[in-house]
Design a protein around this ligand. Structure first.
Ligand code: SF4
Ligand code: SF4
Length: 430
């Protein structure tokens, strides 16, 4: 789609990038069929092609209204449309840029978001990205849980028993990898990082956490606070760099939403002379856990029967894994090698409705997508649901009594008959 930037956007790197993305779109509409929000409402403006058209209007300086913002807000940023698009339109990047320009233009025109909406966005950015604050609030919520209304209670996970796999060991290994702990994961589901450490310990890998690292930046960046998100990324690069300089050559990420973000550091910081090169290196070192394990499988599966000996699981591949990171079909063979039968549900390419902060900001669409996903997962007949991202886990768990777990917890359980567990080492130096 030929696009002519409005005078006031000429010279803006983001606007130039958005223009070049839009110009790849040939308006074919293939993406519309796989867009979850289009499927919900059947409105072209709630599908990718319609949203791209809206963003073209915005970039060209045409008049815009609150309705433009509503349709962009309703997008999950699931990037399913990117997987479908034959022309390589990087829609996720486009909508990140488009939302900020729309907000700025509407602010200037006196159409700011309502106060309540701005407060919720601020609370999400400040609350979710501070692990201590979030942890304290969650613990209070867990204590109060029985007395809370059903709708709130379902959003607060029961406090998790941490170590099902045996004693914590402090085994040292020559081979070390960095682990991104995540900001909400250690509170909501502490067993995921511990299971990751235990599994990697069995393969002779020791995990190191840089304590000064924190949120990957996705929460701020994807809610329109680009400067705050970039600052989170720079802080993480500073925290990880001493380890990279010492020869650690893998950054393991077990939350696919965080992994998708860290892999974008290189692009997002490309124009920052102080961080561009280090961001490029960090993005190259970032690996989803499912990319790390294949090399270690001969050691891990030694003595394990790969014929189906475990309960079947219904696996939901998160959008940030299958569309964002383009890692499709990677987890299933790993589980199968441990004798776990994996069942994909119908329409497994579709979002579960979690989508980061979307479940709070767009609850109606989010719940409809969640319930539809749970219905299809249940139809597989498996009692346990597994996925690869803390957001999807907590969102799906809020709608079902069936256990929803991270897939590495299942491998950890199979291995639990072995030699106990490793702990995540604290970094003293960085
Ligand atoms: S990112 Fe997802 S919800 Fe948004 S337009 Fe693309 S397919 Fe639709
Ligand atoms: S599939 Fe790609 S090229 Fe076709 S309308 Fe969608 S974004 Fe544009």
């Amino acid at each position: 789609m030929q696009t002519t930037l409005a005078d006031f956007l000429i010279g803006s790197d983001d606007a130039e990038e958005a223009k070049s993305i839009i110009e790849k779109c040939v308006h074919c509409g293939f993406c519309t069929a796989t867009c979850p929000t289009y499927q919900l409402v059947g409105d072209e403006l709630d599908g990718p092609r319609g949203r791209i058209y809206l963003m073209k209007q915005v970039l060209e300086g045409n008049e815009l209204s609150q309705s433009t913002r509503k349709h962009l807000d309703r997008c999950l940023t699931c990037r399913n449309c990117e997987s479908t698009c034959p022309s390589g339109v990087t829609y996720g990047r486009l909508v990140d840029i488009g939302r900020v320009i729309v907000d700025e233009r509407l602010d200037t025109a006196g159409m700011r978001r309502p106060t309540k909406e701005r407060l919720i966005r601020w609370a999400l950015r400040e609350g979710l990205t501070r692990p201590r604050l979030f942890g304290a609030a969650m613990r209070v919520g867990q204590i109060m849980r029985p007395a809370l209304p059903e709708v709130v209670r379902r959003k607060i996970p029961v406090r998790q028993a941490v170590v099902p796999g045996g004693e914590v060991s402090t085994r040292k290994h020559e081979r070390k990898m960095l682990l991104l702990e995540g900001c909400v994961q250690p509170t909501m589901s502490p067993n995921i990082n511990l299971a990751t450490a235990r599994v990697l310990d069995k393969a002779g890998v020791e995990l190191v956490v840089a304590r000064k690292a924190g949120c990957c930046g996705a929460i701020r960046y994807h809610t329109g606070d680009h400067d705050g998100g970039l600052d989170d990324m720079r802080r993480n690069i500073d925290a990880w760099w001493p380890h990279v300089s010492n020869g650690v050559n893998t950054l393991v990420i077990n939350a696919s939403g965080c992994g998708a973000m860290v892999k974008e550091y290189a692009h997002l910081l490309r124009n920052d002379p102080a961080y561009a090169e280090r961001a490029r290196v960090i993005s190259a070192l970032a690996k989803d856990l499912s990319e790390v394990l294949p090399e270690l499988m001969p050691v891990l599966t030694n003595g394990i029967q790969s014929t189906s000996t475990q309960e079947p699981v219904a696996y939901h591949p998160p959008c940030t894994l299958q569309h964002g990171q383009r890692l499709k079909g990677v987890v299933e063979p790993l589980l199968a090698a441990f004798g776990i039968e994996v069942r994909l549900c119908a329409d497994s390419h579709l979002c579960c409705g979690s989508a980061g902060t979307y479940s709070v900001l767009q609850p109606e669409f989010s719940m409809r997508l969640r319930d539809d996903k749970l219905k299809k997962l249940t139809q597989t007949g498996a009692q346990t649901i597994a996925t690869a991202n803390i957001g999807c886990i907590s969102h799906l768990q809020s709608g079902t009594m069936q256990p929803v777990v991270h897939w590495v917890e299942l491998i950890d359980r199979v291995l639990a008959n072995g030699n106990g567990a490793a702990k995540v080492l604290e970094d003293k130096a960085a």
